[in-house]
Design a protein around this ligand. Structure first.
Ligand code: FAD
Ligand code: NAP
Length: 338
């Protein structure tokens, strides 16, 4: 067991926030994790499980122990006529896993190309992009209970996946460490290109025969052109979730803002693009010294170098208030605040 004390965690969060963690310990397998959880370091301190640190904002010193998940490995655990069941260690990098699937002709995750972070966090908020969510390919996961060390299997239903939500952000928040995820991937692809700019990009790339590789390449190109690379500008992707509002509120808004970006969901609900709301209120591109709102993507708050997390959090508060005041819509943060 390696325990580091009072280290900067700047390199472990994509926002690049320079704060100290009282303790920090990586673990490479379940046994190491169970030993750590039973140690005094965990019994006497609050714990935070960290993957790639791409969905967190640290607003102050972390006065506890960070457990960094480095469990690796990929194994085909089952197969049927149409599917491959691939069990993947929680500490595997997500995008490398997507590329591995593409190389092996396992389809289902190509639309989720280039999402930062690790496999273990993918069920946490049911990661999603370009019309696909992890729940569409999720079979089960294995998790260790933090208090008891018990190993528990969660199937798709018991994860209670929702829009950027799962049971691990709600009822079981902070209770489990996900050690592996098993995905149910397709042997025969069913392509999903209707979302956003995918078809336009495929056309520009001169793609005549569709493949999971062509879709992945197109998505990588779109994402690289739109989103700030955390290696250059600190960020954690979309800071806010797209709000889902009632049809009656939507009817009021559409009268006033006919161009509002909206996606009807059925059940009298409408998803509104949070980026559109924030942009409409003039926040896009606003810079306050070391931090601000990204110039191409209003959903993304950025650290230009030496920002502190508290300033970014306060900016998010101001954005939430202004959206509430003008549109009567409550924006929720997607990023986990510590
Ligand atoms: P971390 O940031 O390390 O952790 C996130 C949360 O999960 C924390 O609360 C942490 O405690 C918990 N956690 C992590 N691992 C475990 C585990 N093994 N067991 C228990 N709890 C755990 N997200 C999307 O959904 N779609 C996108 O398209 C997308 N695009 C992004 C683009 C950019 C440029 C960036 C920076 C982020 C983007 N994100 C996106 C957000 C982020 O990449 C994902 O949410 C990702 O799954 C986070 O993985 P991580 O390993 O970095 O998690
Ligand atoms: P975009 O294509 O400019 O679209 C703006 C918003 O409209 C998106 O947030 C998306 O919602 C929604 N949208 C677009 N087409 C839609 C459709 N056909 N049906 C339903 N909703 C639709 O978005 P973008 O910012 O470039 O991002 C592209 C994709 O990557 C999105 O899925 C987005 O969620 C994902 N992404 C996520 C993060 C993150 O950190 N969570 C960061 C970057 C990109 P949804 O967000 O619900 O898909």
């Amino acid at each position: 067991m390696t325990i580091l004390s009072d280290i900067s965690i700047k390199q472990y969060n994509t926002f690049g926030i320079d704060v100290i963690s009282k303790y920090f310990s990586p673990f490479k397998n379940k046994e190491e994790l169970i030993d750590l959880l039973a140690s005094d370091y965990c019994k006497k301190n609050k714990q935070l499980i960290l993957g790639g640190g791409s969905n967190v904002l640290f607003t102050k010193k972390f006065d506890g122990i960070i457990l960094k998940n480095e469990i690796k490995g990929k194994e085909v655990v089952n197969e049927d006529k149409d599917h491959i069941y691939l069990k993947v260690g929680a500490g595997e990098n997500w995008h490398k896993f997507v590329l591995y699937c593409i190389q092996n002709d396992f389809s289902g995750v190509e639309n989720l190309s280039l999402i930062p972070g690790n496999v273990g966090a993918s069920p946490m908020q049911n990661i999603g992009a370009y019309g696909v969510e992890i729940k569409d390919v999720f079979f089960e996961l294995e998790a260790v209970h933090k208090e008891t060390g018990e190993i528990v299997i969660f199937d798709n239903k018991s994860c209670r996946f929702g829009y950027r939500e799962s049971i691990f952000k709600n009822k079981f928040k902070n209770q489990f460490v996900i050690s592996s995820v098993t995905y149910k991937l397709n042997k025969k692809p069913s392509f999903n290109t209707s979302y956003g700019a995918i078809e336009k990009q495929l056309f520009e790339n001169g793609v005549t025969e569709l493949s999971i590789k062509a879709i992945s390449d197109a998505i990588i190109q779109i994402r690289e052109s739109k989103l700030p690379n955390p290696k250059n500008i600190g960020n954690a992707g979309s800071f806010f979730k797209n709000p889902i509002i009632s049809m009656s509120l939507f009817d009021q808004l559409i009268g006033k803002y006919p161009e509002i970006a909206n996606y009807p969901l059925g059940d009298n609900q409408v998803k509104i693009a949070a980026g559109w709301l924030i942009d409409k209120l003039g926040w896009k591109g606003k810079t306050y010294g070391e931090f601000g709102v990204h110039k191409n993507q209003a959903l993304v708050l950025v650290n230009y170098g030496k920002a502190n997390g508290k300033d970014i959090y306060e900016l998010s508060e101001k954005i939430i208030s202004s959206v509430k005041e003008h549109f009567n819509i409550h924006l929720e943060r997607e990023v986990n605040i510590y």
